[in-house]
Ligand binder design. Structure first.
Ligand code: HEM
Length: 205
């Protein structure tokens, strides 16, 4: 129980600390020459970091056998979505002044906006159905639906790679970490599939 409490506190801190740091920079006016760019980059970076932290919970459980990582996954996922909404809102308010025509134009003309926006739509669906009520209503389909986090994460990482003009090292590091985390799922899935098949063969020879 104490261990779960500690994991929950760590997951909340992972969201609250960057939020506090961002607010501190705003209040102290330390946003550099281009404040909008600062907020856009700050929230974009933290969306990606939190997304990777969320996806790291399953491998962590596989490697350690602990159940707590899975139990704090939802907290991390919702923090990811909160930062993503701040990221999207900064762009909508300060870059576009809420112009839906401009948004439609950007969606057609700028590939990195199309990629980011698609990721936002996917993660919106996951955030809305993240409750226990939706989990009960959708049953096994809930698991299938929540696998959308994988394409969403890939779209987010490629969005970053696409918008960077010169030095691609940082987005490539994020993309590599993501691919390693996603790679963990492949042998695990196969092993689980075989175990399930063996179990059902015992019941129904
Ligand atoms: C999962 C989804 C997303 C992730 C992970 C993400 C991540 C990022 C990252 C890491 C950056 C660059 C930060 C840096 O240079 O330090 C960035 C920049 C940016 N993102 Fe996103 N983003 C996402 C979705 C979106 C959406 C939905 C929009 C708007 C429709 C958007 C608009 C932008 C803009 C305008 C920039 C700044 C581009 C520039 O400075 O030239 N992003 N994003």
């Amino acid at each position: 129980m104490i261990r779960l409490w500690a994991w929950r506190a760590a997951a909340w801190s992972l969201g609250l600390l960057p939020l506090a740091l961002g607010l501190k920079s705003i209040l102290q006016g330390r946003l550099g020459a281009n404040p909008v760019e600062f907020v856009e980059h700050f929230t974009g970076d933290w969306t990606l970091r939190l997304l990777l932290a969320t996806l790291a919970m399953t491998p962590l459980r596989m490697l350690t056998g602990l159940t707590e990582p899975i139990r704090v996954r939802r907290i991390l996922g919702l923090w990811t979505f909160a930062f993503l909404c701040l990221h999207f809102l900064t762009y909508l308010v300060f870059d576009l002044s809420f112009s839906m025509t401009q948004l439609a134009e950007d969606l057609v003309k700028r590939t990195y906006i199309t990629l980011g926006f698609t990721a936002w739509l996917l993660l919106l669906a996951l955030a809305l159905t993240s409750t226990v009520g939706w989990q009960r209503r959708l049953k096994r389909r809930w698991i299938t639906l929540h696998r959308l986090i994988y394409p969403a994460a890939l779209l987010g990482a490629i969005h970053y790679l696409w918008l960077v003009k010169a030095d691609t090292r940082e987005p490539l590091i994020y993309l590599s970490i993501l691919l390693v985390l996603l790679g963990f799922r492949l042998p695990w899935q196969r092993l689980m599939g075989r175990q399930r098949a063996r179990a059902s063969a015992k019941v129904d020879p």
